[in-house]
Write a protein that binds this ligand. Structure first.
Ligand code: TRP
Length: 476
């Protein structure tokens, strides 16, 4: 596939063209609203049209404001049409809402974001290279999309290792089960590939975006770090850091932040993240801070100053805009593009149209919930794909595609056969909604109780250890 962003000498990259088009569009609008001379407006419109033609020639796609070019563009006249931008699914780091009760159309998202599907071939390769059966999140399409995973595996096969990077925005003390998904999966990757992991706690991000004090955000970092540690990470292979602490303590990290800041314009982040002129400048420059951990040189204590250790980022797909930007700048600052594995969202109790949100207690099952709370929330709020009456349900069966209890079981019930049987029985009507909910309740109650138990064992000293910059064990 032709990867044509960013590094063309003389010609403009799709991103640069996109940025120019955004600026020109804005110019036309402001000329019009200022009631400028007709000739001046016409000239600006002509330039806008010309840029649109250039854009189409370069990318094979029509320009759409707010819909940046996908990364892996195919330069041909019959390249993928970017007709998905007007679909109603909204997915960015701050919002997720789908038009259908089945949730976000993830296949469309792959086309729109220009990532690749995790197909059977990739699954088999992961199994072959790791020597392990693929995690059920992979087998069930919960991690469904990737960028450059084949390159990571190629290198690993040649005994060139890599590292993992993931993160968490500590916006409150309360983490819910959905927050665990990337961490459970990252822990599996760390175990099967035996590699170091860095975890970024973006307390700075939450300070900038939310109505919280710096001290609150920092405290949430420490509290959330305990939940992350409780997932079982190996302290000898894991570095968890607070941006508020590490940014000032690591000259190499900050140097990478500044490099990224120099190579991304305001127009680009406007296009990617939808920032406006009234967003504070902290937000506008923040993406550079989320980009920096993608580069091994940001962690000299771990990688001894090596610039070329490849990075793999497991994350929910809503974080992709940050890493599209990162991948766009990386070659321009002489660094490697990170690879990615993307997950779907963890649906809210009310249905797959939106994701679980910690700010709506009824939409979430928290890691601090008691067995009774878990039971009540599921019974009361979990959206059912069953029929209204028992008679109808027995006759027509339920719909597992929209049933939240079933969806949660795909995340947490590891036994494939059991899951398949539940699906069959629910679809046929043999299994009732109440019975399905009971299975979910009995799956989640012990899982969360065990998490609480492990979290209790995490002492302040252990947190301190995980969060101290230090060398990690690895074999490269
Ligand atoms: N921005 C993310 C959030 O709000 C946190 C984050 C930082 C992250 N770096 C990451 C998430 C890398 C996934 C991968 O939750």
């Amino acid at each position: 596939m032709t990867d044509c962003q960013g590094d063309g000498e003389g010609t403009m990259s799709p991103m640069e063209l996109f940025e120019k088009l955004n600026a020109q569009g804005e110019k036309v609008r402001s000329l019009k609203s200022a009631k400028a001379e007709k000739a001046e407006i016409d000239a600006a419109v002509q330039l806008l049209l010309k840029l649109k033609v250039d854009y189409k020639q370069t990318t094979g796609q029509d320009y759409k404001a707010g819909c940046p070019p996908s990364e892996n563009l195919i330069v041909s006249n019959n390249g993928p049409a970017a007709d998905d931008c007007d679909g109603e699914d909204l997915v960015d780091p701050w919002n997720v809402s789908a038009s259908s009760t089945k949730g976000v159309d993830y296949d469309k998202l792959i086309v729109r974001f220009g990532s690749s599907k995790i197909d059977t071939e990739l699954l088999e390769r992961i199994e072959k290279v790791s020597g392990q059966r693929a995690h059920h999140f992979l087998r069930r399409g919960i991690f469904f999309s990737h960028r450059d995973m084949h390159q990571i595996l190629d290198a690993y096969e040649k005994h060139k290792s890599f590292y993992l990077y993931t993160g968490r925005g500590p916006s409150s003390e309360a983490m819910h089960v959905g927050h665990l998904i990337p961490f459970i999966f990252t822990k599996w990757l760390q175990d099967v590939f035996d590699i170091p992991l860095v975890v970024q706690m973006t307390d700075d991000e939450k300070y900038l975006w939310k109505d919280l004090t710096l001290e609150e955000c920092h405290r949430f970092t420490v509290e959330n770090a305990k939940d992350i540690i409780a997932c079982g990470f190996d302290v000898n292979k894991t570095f968890i850091f607070s941006d508020l602490d590490y940014m000032g303590a690591s000259p190499q990290f900050y140097r990478n932040v500044v490099k990224v800041q120099k190579h991304v314009t305001f127009n680009q982040v406007k296009g990617i993240f939808g920032f406006t002129d009234s967003d504070c400048i902290g937000k506008i420059s923040f993406p550079a801070i989320q980009a920096a951990p993608s580069f091994s040189s940001s962690f000299p204590q771990i990688f001894g100053g090596k610039k070329d250790v490849p990075c793999l980022i497991p994350c929910a797909i809503d974080q992709d805009p940050y890493f599209r930007m990162t991948r766009d700048v990386a070659p321009r600052i002489g660094l490697l593009k990170p690879a990615l594995l993307h997950s779907t969202f963890f649906p809210a109790l009310q249905g797959a149209q939106t994701k679980m949100s910690a700010s709506d207690p009824n939409s979430s099952i928290f890691l601090t919930d008691t067995p009774k709370q878990i039971k009540n929330k599921i019974n009361k709020h979990a959206f059912s794909g069953g029929k209204d009456t028992v008679e109808e349900h027995r006759k027509y069966g339920g719909n597992t595609e929209v049933d939240v209890s079933f969806l949660y079981l795909t995340f947490f019930l590891e036994d494939d056969e059991k899951l398949e049987k539940i699906k069959e029985d629910y679809t046929s009507g043999a299994l009732l909604t109440g019975e399905l909910k009971k299975i979910l309740i009995e799956t989640l109650q012990p899982m969360i109780a065990q998490h609480q138990e492990r979290r209790k064992q995490v002492t302040d000293e252990m947190v301190q250890q995980f969060m101290t910059p230090r060398p990690l064990n690895h074999k490269f």
